[in-house]
Ligand binder design. Structure first.
Ligand SMILES: Cc1ncc(COP(=O)(O)O)c(C=O)c1O
Length: 358
């Protein structure tokens, strides 16, 4: 008998990350992956370097020092925290632990592309809830749930739209979801969202709400792959049993702990993003390109049709600028532009302005 992979795996469209290079160019402005243009905190870099002498040693398996640092910083019990190799790992573990073949996992029309991949990887059916003008409606999410639903994945702020859901609406959803469904509030961009959305309170007080956070975005540690989940003890205990013993490497744990101590860096990261997001949005709108109000570290630029967005992408590439095309998110008339360095922001704003006026 031939070897066959689990049914459903062949239906997975592999995730494509933001492009990083353009053939024939030595350097580019990479605004395609929502990375932090400031780089990590100097304290994180120093902590990382200190690990170089101990690369022969296994890292902490229970991540106790990091969980303690997160617990202190957020004022929550460290038993409610599980660390992962990126928040991606935590999101995937939730599907592995709680959804079985034939179950359903609900997410929204323009939701993060990993959600259907997590569903299919465990043989579950991904179910897409409608969005209205790129805005998640919690009533539509609830309507998409059934007795077979195990998880609802919801990013707040959302990637790629940058839109946020008000905390009252999140609470409404948590109140109305049947108790057999876990609401997973993906907070990859939570620290850019002002004011906070209340997901931490929900995850520490409800039996079926989990939220995730990452060090990849606000803390600029994407290369180290480190994130965490917060939720009820029974749920966190289940995913902690499934993870590999050394799922988070030592330098990543050390750098994350140091990052949490550097409040100045964190505040600068937030205010830099706030300032340049507003600046770029005004520049784009002055060039005739509309954007929704973003609560994250990127903007979703809307063009008059897919052809114009594609032409603009080509134009930007010619200027050495990489942004993210949005066909796979069912937004072919849009381009997602990460907030970059001052130079990169000027470059993308000028290039789009020339494109629109040509
Ligand atoms: C909405 C969303 N969730 C989760 C992630 C995963 O982040 P990481 O695995 O780097 O923590 C990303 C990364 O871009 C994201 O955009």
């Amino acid at each position: 008998m031939a070897i066959t992979a689990r049914p459903g795996l062949a239906d997975i469209k592999p995730y494509k990350s933001g492009e990083a290079s353009i053939e024939g160019r030595d350097s580019v402005f990479k605004l395609s992956a929502n990375e932090n243009p400031l780089g990590p905190s100097p304290m994180a870099v120093a902590a990382f370097k200190e690990c170089l002498d101990g690369l022969n040693l296994y890292p902490s398996s229970d991540h106790s020092a990091l969980r303690e640092a997160i617990s202190e910083r957020l004022g929550i019990d460290s038993d409610l925290i599980v660390c992962g190799n990126g928040s991606d790992e935590i999101l995937g573990l939730l599907a592995q632990a709680f959804a079985e073949p034939g179950a359903e996992i609900v997410y929204t029309k323009h939701g993060f592309l990993m959600y259907p991949i997590f569903a299919r990887s465990v043989g579950a059916q991904p179910i897409e809830a409608e969005e209205t003008n790129r805005q998640v409606n919690v009533r539509d999410l609830l309507a998409a749930c059934s007795p077979r639903t195990r998880l609802v994945y919801l990013a707040n702020p959302s990637n790629p739209t940058g839109n946020r859901i008000q905390s009252g609406e999140l609470e409404w959803l948590a109140n109305h979801l049947p108790p057999h469904i876990i609401l997973v509030i993906d907070g990859a961009y939570a620290e850019f969202n002002e004011p906070a959305d209340g997901s931490l309170d929900l995850a520490t007080s409800r039996p079926n709400v989990v939220t995730t956070r990452t060090f990849s975005k606000i803390y600029g540690l994407a290369a180290l792959r480190i994130g965490y989940g917060i939720g009820p003890r029974s749920i966190m205990d289940a995913i902690a049993r499934m993870r590999a013993p050394f799922n988070v490497n030592g330098p990543a744990q050390a750098a994350a702990i140091a990052s949490l101590k550097d409040r100045e860096y964190m505040c600068h990261s937030q205010s830099f993003n706030r300032q340049w997001r507003q600046w770029l949005r005004l520049r784009l709108e002055a060039s005739g390109v509309k954007c929704d109000d973003s609560s994250a570290n990127f903007l979703l630029a809307r063009f008059d049709g897919a052809k114009k967005a594609l032409d603009c992408d080509q134009w930007l590439r010619k200027d050495g600028i990489l942004v993210r095309r949005m066909e796979s998110y069912q937004l072919p008339h849009c381009l997602r532009i990460s907030i970059g360095s001052e130079t990169a922001n000027h470059a993308v704003a000028d290039s789009i302005d020339h494109f629109m006026r040509r």
